[in-house]
Design a protein around this ligand. Structure first.
Ligand code: ADP
Ligand code: MG
Ligand code: ZN
Length: 473
C-alpha cells in the first residue's frame, strides 16, 4: 500500500517587545536565572496582569501579513495545568476567540506555488524553564515565564517534510521583515511542534496523528518528520495502529520518543480569563496598522522579477533577508547591473559571509565597492578570475578594488608583444602537446590557454591570449 503524509504545524514565535506580556520585566535573552522576574510573572497570589499593547499590535501585524481575518473582538483564556515551571498553575492564552483566523502563506516547491492555510494566530505567555542538569535535584528559572509568544497554527495542508521546512523558512522571513520576532531558532525564539499522520493514498479522512514537540531548526523539522513518517508507515504495514500521543524529537539520535499520551482541549479546563478585559475594536486598529506596513517578501520578490528582470530563483534568494534585498538594491542604485550583482551577491558574497557565519548586516564590503570592482572587469582592467581573488581580499581587508589591483600588480596583460613572447616560450617548451594539437587533438587548446594563464598568474586577457595563440598555431 502507498501512503501519503498529512502535516500541520503549531509554531511559537517570541515577540520582540521590550517587556514581558503581562508585566514590566525585560525580555533580554541569556541573563542570570531569576533576575528578570517580578511578583506577576513569578505567579504570586493576588497580583494582576496588565496586557502589553505592543504584543497585540505585533499579532495584528502578523495576521495582516499572513492574509488572516482580524477579529474585532478577542479575549484571553486560562489554560489550566500543573507543572513546576508554571507558577500560577495556569497559562494565560487564548482559546475560542483568538486575534487572527483563516489566513495563508504561499510557498514554492520546485518553483510551483503551494498555499498553506493558517488556522489561527493567538498570543499567550511562555512558561519558565526547568533545569535538570545540576546535581540530584531540579532548578526552576522563571526568566522566561511571561515572555510574549505568538502561536501560529496551520491547517493540515502540508504534505511532506520538505514543504514543512519551506513553510518554516517563509514564515521566519515574514516575521523578520515585520520586526515582530528575531527568528533565532537556536535561542528558541522560533520553535515548532509538528503534527503528522499518514493515510493510504485515496483515503479521504485523516489517519491518527502524533505531535512532535519543540523542534528548533529547519533541518530538524525535516529529519523529525521523515523519521516519524517512516515509523508510522512500518507500524501500519505490520498491521498495527498509530497511538495519538506527544513525542519528543531527540536530535542526537535522530529519533522521536513517546513523551506522554495526547491531552485533549477539555483536559485543560479552558475558561475566559477573569483578570483581563476583552480586546475590542481590533478592526480599526488593523486598518491603522495596515497603512504602516512596508513591502513584504512576496511583493518584493515579484517586483525584483519585473523591475530588474531577475530569474525567480535569484529574486527568491535575495528577498529571503530584508537586509540582503536592501544591499542588492543599494548596489543597483550605485550603478551595477542587476543580474551581474545578483550573481556576485548570491555566490561570492554569501559564500564569504557563510564561512564566518556572518549576516549581511555585518558585511565588511559596501555595495558601492562591489560596483566599483565590477567596473574594473567591464573595462578589462582585471579578468573575471582575478576579480574573485580581489573580491575576497576586499572582504578581508576592507580596501577598495583599485587599490588592491594596484598594490598586487593584477592589471590584465593586454600588451600583444609581451603576450606573444610568453606564448612562444610555452609552445617551444611543450613540443609533445604541440605535436598532438597539430595532429588534430583540439582539446589541447585548453591546455595551452591554461599554461598561458599559469605563466601570467591569471593576468592575461583571455580573448587576446586565445587570438594570439591561434595566430601562432
Ligand atoms: P492541539 O492544539 O490539541 O494540538 P489542533 O486541533 O489545534 O490540536 O491541531 C493542531 C495541529 O494539528 C494543526 O496544525 C492541525 O492542522 C494539525 N492536525 C490536525 N489533525 C491532523 C491529522 N490527522 N494529521 C496531521 N495533522 C493534523
Ligand atoms: Mg498541539
Ligand atoms: Zn515580571
Amino acid at each position: 500500500m502507498k501512503y501519503e503524509a498529512v502535516i500541520g504545524l503549531e509554531i511559537h514565535a517570541q515577540m520582540l517587545t521590550d517587556t514581558k506580556i503581562f508585566c514590566g520585566c525585560p525580555t533580554t535573552f541569556g541573563s542570570e536565572p531569576n533576575t528578570q522576574t517580578c511578583p506577576i510573572c513569578a505567579g504570586m497570589p493576588g497580583v494582576l496582569p496588565v496586557l502589553n499593547k505592543k504584543a497585540v499590535e505585533f499579532a495584528i501585524k502578523t495576521g495582516i501579513a499572513l492574509n488572516c481575518k482580524i477579529s474585532d473582538y478577542s479575549r484571553f483564556a486560562r489554560k489550566n495545568y500543573f507543572y513546576p515551571d508554571l507558577p500560577k498553575n495556569y497559562q494565560i492564552s487564548q482559546y475560542e476567540l483568538p486575534i487572527c483566523e483563516r489566513g495563508h502563506i504561499d510557498i514554492f516547491i520546485d518553483k510551483l506555488p503551494k498555499r498553506i492555510g493558517i488556522t489561527r494566530i493567538h498570543i499567550e505567555e511562555d512558561a519558565g524553564k526547568n533545569i535538570h542538569s545540576i546535581g540530584n535535584y531540579s532548578l526552576v528559572d522563571l526568566n522566561r515565564a511571561g515572555m510574549p509568544l505568538m502561536e501560529i497554527v496551520t491547517e493540515p495542508d502540508i504534505s511532506s517534510p520538505k514543504e514543512a521546512s519551506e513553510f518554516m523558512k517563509k514564515l521566519r522571513t515574514i516575521l523578520r521583515y515585520l520586526g515582530v520576532c528575531d527568528g533565532n531558532m537556536e535561542q528558541g525564539s522560533l520553535r515548532c511542534d509538528a503534527n503528522v499522520s499518514i493515510r493510504p493514498i485515496g483515503q479521504t479522512y485523516f489517519g491518527t496523528r502524533t505531535e512532535i514537540k519543540n523542534i528548533n531548526s529547519f533541518r530538524f523539522v525535516e529529519k523529525a518528520l521523515e523519521y516519524e513518517i517512516g515509523r508510522q508507515t512500518i507500524l501500519l504495514e505490520e498491521g498495527g495502529s498509530v497511538v495519538q500521543e506527544t513525542r519528543l524529537w531527540d536530535s542526537s539520535t535522530g529519533i522521536t520518543l513517546s513523551m506522554r499520551s495526547k491531552e485533549e482541549a477539555h483536559d485543560y479546563r479552558y475558561f475566559p480569563e477573569p483578570d483581563l478585559v476583552p480586546l475590542v475594536g481590533l478592526s480599526a486598529k488593523a486598518e491603522e496598522i495596515k497603512k504602516s506596513l512596508s513591502e513584504l517578501p512576496d511583493s518584493k520578490r515579484n517586483r525584483f522579477i519585473t523591475q530588474y528582470n531577475l530569474p525567480d530563483n535569484d529574486a527568491e534568494s535575495l528577498v529571503a533577508e530584508k537586509a540582503l534585498a536592501e544591499w542588492f538594491e543599494d548596489a543597483v542604485r550605485a550603478g551595477g547591473q542587476p543580474k551581474i550583482l545578483s550573481n556576485w551577491i548570491l555566490s561570492e558574497l554569501l559564500k564569504l559571509l557563510n564561512e564566518e557565519n556572518k549576516s549581511i548586516t555585518e558585511c565588511p564590503i559596501k555595495p558601492s565597492q562591489l560596483v566599483d570592482m565590477l567596473k574594473l572587469i567591464e573595462n578589462e582592467t582585471i579578468s573575471g578570475k582575478i576579480a574573485k581573488a580581489v573580491f575576497e581580499d576586499m572582504y578581508r581587508t576592507g580596501k577598495n578594488a583599485d587599490v588592491l589591483v594596484e598594490e598586487k600588480g593584477l592589471i590584465q596583460i593586454k600588451d600583444e608583444g609581451a603576450l606573444e613572447k610568453i606564448i612562444e616560450d610555452i609552445l617551444s617548451n611543450n613540443p609533445k602537446e604541440l605535436e598532438r594539437l597539430k595532429a588534430g587533438e583540439e582539446k589541447l587548446i585548453g591546455f595551452f590557454v591554461g599554461q598561458i594563464m599559469k605563466a601570467t598568474k591569471g593576468k592575461a586577457n583571455p580573448q587576446l591570449a586565445n587570438e594570439l595563440l591561434k595566430k601562432k598555431l
